[in-house]
Design a protein around this ligand. Structure first.
Ligand code: ADP
Ligand code: MG
Length: 498
C-alpha cells in the first residue's frame, strides 16, 4: 500500500469512528429522553393508582359527605339537593307530554305518548348549542331553547295531538345545580361543564323558560323541573321497580338516589306519604384527600372556568378525560422531547383532544395502532410516531380512563352504603338493587364501562355484586322528565277521576 493510500485509510477509519461516536451519543441522548418520558409515565401511573383500599376510603368519604350534606345546607361539598320528587312513576301514567333536556353540548326535545309501562311512543330531536350562547346572556340562551322547542311542537303529527282545550305540558331536565323550591321551580346555584352565563345564576330557571316561551307565543306549562339524574331515576323506575339510584357519566357526572325522607334532617317540609325523597347529590363537586390527584389535575383545575369546584367531575367525566391525556403528553413533549425537538403546536391547545378521540385510541385493536397514528395526525398534526410511542399513548389513555372508572365505582359504593344496600343481610331474602346509568361516556367508552364493573365486583364481593346491577338506561332522563310532568300535571286530578 502506498503512503497516500495508508493516509486515506486512516482518515476514513477516523471518520467512521467519529460517525459511530455521534450515533452512539445520539442514541444515548435518545435513550435518555425515552427514559425521562418513561419516568413521567410511571410517576403519573403511580399517582393515579386506585387499589381497593383506596377505593374503600373514597366510598367511605362519599358516605360521610352525604350525611353532612343531608344534615344542613352548606354542610358539605355535596349539595344533596332535595328534588321534590317523592313519588316515582308507577307505570300507570298516561297522556302526551313534552320534555326538554339541557345539560351539555346538545339539548334534546322530546314528545312522549304514555300508555302504560311498555307502551311508550317517543319522538325527539337533538340540537347542539351554539358555543357563544354558553357564555352569553340568560335571555339569549332561553330564547334559543324556546325557539327550538316551538319548531318541534310544530311537527306534532295527528296521533300526537293533545286534547283540545288543554295546555301542553313539559318536563324540563336541567342538568346544572339548582336549588328547588317546588317540583316546578328552582334557582340556578352555579354553572358547570363549560357554561358560564352570569346573569342566570340565582334566577328561577322555570320562570326564565316560561318568559322565553311567552316572548315567542308558545303556550306551554312547565310542570316539572328535574335534574338529569332525577329524570334517569324516574325513567328507570318506570320499567324496573328495583332502580334505587341513577348515575350520569357524560360530559359531566352526577348521581341521584332514593332516600328515606326521615333521614334528611334539613328537610323542613311535610313528610311525604311515600316516606321517600329523591336526592340530587351533585356528586361532581365531591372531593376528598383520598382522591388520587396529580399535577395535571391541579393544572387543569386552575385553568378551568370553575377552579376549585367539581373536582370529582374533573377526574372522571367525559369533558375532562381527553384533556388530562393531552396534559400528560404535553409534559412528555416538553420535558422529554417525546415528539421530537419541538413541541407540537396543536398539543398546546386546551381541550383539542376530546374524550371520544381518546376512547378511539384506547380501543385501537390494529396490530400497528393505526387508529392512534391517524388521531395523532388529524388532531395534533403529529406524524412519524413509532409503534413504541403509540403504545405509550395508549397507556396514558388506559391510566386516565381506569382511574375515572374505578372512582365512579367507589362513588356508587358510597351511595349503596348510605342506604344499606352494599351487603346482603344475613337471613334476609337478597334484595336486587339497580343503578340506572346514562351518559355518552358510559354508553360509548367500553373499556371505561368494563373497568367500572370490575371495580364494582371487587368492592362488593361475589354475592352482593350478583344483586347489584349497573344498567344502561338510554335516554331515561327525557322519558323520566315527561313522566314527572305527567305525575305533576295540572290535569292530574281530572285524569285520575275519569
Ligand atoms: P351530555 O352529558 O352533554 O348531556 P351525553 O350524555 O351524550 O351528553 O354525553 C356526551 C359526552 O360523552 C361527550 O362530551 C363525551 O365526553 C362522551 N362521549 C361521547 N361519545 C364518546 C365515545 N365514543 N367515547 C368516549 N366518550 C364519549
Ligand atoms: Mg345528558
Amino acid at each position: 500500500m502506498g503512503k497516500v493510500a495508508v493516509a486515506a485509510a486512516v482518515v476514513c477509519a477516523a471518520a467512521v469512528s467519529a460517525g459511530a461516536v455521534l450515533v452512539v451519543r445520539h442514541r444515548m441522548r435518545n435513550s435518555g429522553k425515552w427514559a425521562k418520558a418513561m419516568d413521567i409515565l410511571r410517576e403519573f401511573e403511580d399517582r393515579c393508582g386506585t387499589p381497593i383500599a383506596k377505593l374503600r376510603q373514597v366510598a367511605d368519604a362519599m358516605t360521610v359527605e352525604m350525611h353532612a350534606g343531608l344534615a344542613s345546607d352548606g354542610g358539605s361539598k355535596l349539595k344533596m339537593l332535595i328534588s321534590y320528587v317523592d313519588n316515582l312513576p308507577t307505570g300507570d301514567e298516561t297522556g302526551i307530554f313534552y320534555a326538554l333536556d339541557l345539560g351539555g353540548t346538545n339539548f334534546r326535545v322530546l314528545r312522549v305518548k304514555l300508555g302504560g309501562a311498555d307502551n311508550v311512543k317517543k319522538e325527539f330531536t337533538e340540537v347542539s348549542i351554539p358555543s357563544h350562547l354558553m357564555t352569553g346572556t340568560c335571555e339569549d340562551l332561553f330564547d334559543f331553547i324556546a325557539g327550538e322547542l316551538a319548531k318541534f311542537v310544530a311537527t306534532e303529527g295527528e296521533d300526537m295531538h293533545i286534547t283540545a282545550g288543554t295546555q301542553r305540558e313539559l318536563g324540563f331536565t336541567f342538568s346544572f345545580p339548582v336549588k328547588q323550591s317546588s317540583i316546578a321551580g328552582g334557582t340556578l346555584v352555579r354553572w358547570t361543564k363549560g357554561f358560564n352565563i352570569e346573569d342566570a345564576v340565582g334566577q328561577d330557571v322555570v320562570d326564565e323558560l316560561t318568559k322565553a316561551m311567552e316572548r315567542i307565543g308558545l303556550d306551554m306549562r312547565v310542570s316539572a323541573l328535574v335534574n338529569d339524574t332525577v329524570g334517569t331515576l324516574a325513567g328507570g323506575r318506570y320499567s324496573n321497580t328495583n332502580v334505587i339510584a341513577a348515575v350520569i357519566l357524560g360530559t359531566g357526572t352526577n348521581a341521584a338516589y332514593v332516600e328515606r325522607a326521615n333521614a334528611i334532617p334539613k328537610w323542613q317540609g311535610l313528610l311525604p306519604k311515600s316516606g321517600e325523597m329523591v336526592i340530587n347529590m351533585e356528586w361532581g363537586n365531591f372531593r376528598s384527600s383520598h382522591l388520587p390527584l396529580t399535577e395535571f389535575d391541579e393544572n387543569l383545575d386552575n385553568a378551568s372556568l370553575n377552579p376549585g369546584e367539581q373536582i370529582f367531575e374533573k377526574i372522571i367525566s367525559g369533558m375532562y378525560l381527553g384533556e388530562i391525556v393531552r396534559r400528560v403528553l404535553l409534559k412528555m413533549a416538553k420535558e422529554a422531547e417525546f415528539f421530537g425537538e419541538t413541541v407540537p403546536l396543536k398539543l398546546e391547545t386546551q381541550f383539542v383532544l376530546r374524550t371520544p378521540d381518546m376512547s378511539a385510541m384506547h380501543h385501537d385493536s390494529t396490530p400497528d395502532l393505526k387508529v392512534v397514528a391517524t388521531k395523532l395526525k388529524d388532531i395534533l398534526e403529529i406524524s412519524n410516531t413509532s409503534l413504541k410511542m403509540r403504545r405509550v399513548i395508549v397507556e396514558v389513555c388506559e391510566t386516565v380512563a381506569t382511574r375515572g372508572a374505578r372512582l365512579s365505582a367507589a362513588g356508587i359504593l358510597g351511595i349503596l352504603k348510605k342506604i344499606g344496600r352494599d351487603t346482603i343481610k344475613e337471613g334476609e331474602e337478597p334484595q336486587k338493587s339497580v343503578i340506572a346509568m346514562d351518559g355518552g361516556l358510559f354508553e360509548h367508552y367500553t373499556k371505561f364501562r368494563k373497568a367500572m364493573q370490575t371495580a364494582m365486583d371487587e368492592l362488593l364481593g361475589e354475592e352482593a355484586s350478583n344483586n347489584i346491577l349497573i344498567e344502561l338506561s338510554n335516554d331515561g332522563s327525557g322519558l323520566g322528565a315527561a313522566l314527572l310532568a305527567a305525575s305533576h300535571s295540572q290535569y292530574r286530578e281530572y285524569i285520575e277521576s275519569t
